[in-house]
Ligand binder design. Structure first.
Ligand SMILES: [Fe+2]
Length: 243
């Protein structure tokens, strides 16, 4: 079975539509979402409705938790705070209920899904550097063979064996039997690796391969929506830069 993995959509409708079209071409059997459906972007309701209809499962991200009252975001910087306040006014009751019912983590086909670190999913700790990845070593015994996370908006793969962790740099790779993996699966709607293209992953459960995918989308249309909605222009500009 081929699973399409999408994360950190951040209310970017154009990026989400482009990724879904690409996933159709990839002929994935299922789609799972690793959280942050909303925040930063100007199409929270549309994106939430799409996620509700196309994803087999979804876990909650920090932005989803913020708008549903599950997380205090008073300390967020002003611009991000403002978009979250605005997002709350845009969502339908069905979307609000959906987002607020999302679990912090779940096991799916033997894979653990969560937004940030699997050690305490509610705390949304980042894992994108090798130093952060090393903090997981003491938890090796409890790790699933594969954990998929989002949150950093970066593609990062960490391969664990006993007291060791290494990063994997390939675009497509096979998972080795004795290793356990934490894979951060990029971002659909706000990539942060200076590549503006939308990102997603594909995991093949039979072949045990993971593949990173990047595709072009209409950045200008998405950025213009942010400006037209009166949201901070910084969130429009960063889409062009992939930052
Ligand atoms: Fe995010």
């Amino acid at each position: 079975m081929k699973i399409g993995i999408i994360s950190d959509i951040h209310a970017n409708l154009e990026a989400l539509e482009a990724v879904l079209k690409s996933l159709e071409t990839d002929k994935v059997d299922r789609i799972v979402c690793l959280g942050d459906v909303v925040g930063y972007g100007a199409s929270p309701r549309e994106c939430c409705e799409i996620i509700m209809s196309v994803c087999d499962v979804c876990v909650i991200g920090n932005h989803d938790a913020a708008i549903t009252g599950k997380m205090d975001y008073s300390y967020y910087y002003d611009a991000a705070h403002m978009v979250l306040d605005w997002t709350k006014t845009q969502l339908s009751d069905a979307c609000r209920e959906y987002l607020s019912a999302l679990p912090y983590h779940l096991e799916y086909e033997g894979i653990l899904l969560c937004h940030g670190s699997p050690v305490d999913a509610q705390s949304f700790e980042y894992i994108f550097s090798i130093e952060q990845a090393r903090t997981i070593i003491p938890h090796f015994e409890n790790l699933k063979p594969l954990t998929l996370i989002g949150h950093s908006h970066l593609f990062k793969t960490f391969a664990y064996i006993e007291n060791e962790v290494n990063d994997v740099l390939a675009q497509k790779f096979g998972l080795r039997r004795n290793y356990k993996y934490i894979i951060s699966s990029g971002s659909v709607g706000q990539p942060r690796d200076y590549d503006s293209r939308a990102g997603y992953g594909i995991y093949d459960t039979e072949m045990r391969t993971f593949e990173i995918k990047r595709i072009e989308y209409d950045v200008e249309k998405s950025a213009n929506r942010i400006i037209s909605a009166g949201l901070p222009s910084a969130f429009a500009k960063r889409l062009y830069m992939g930052l």
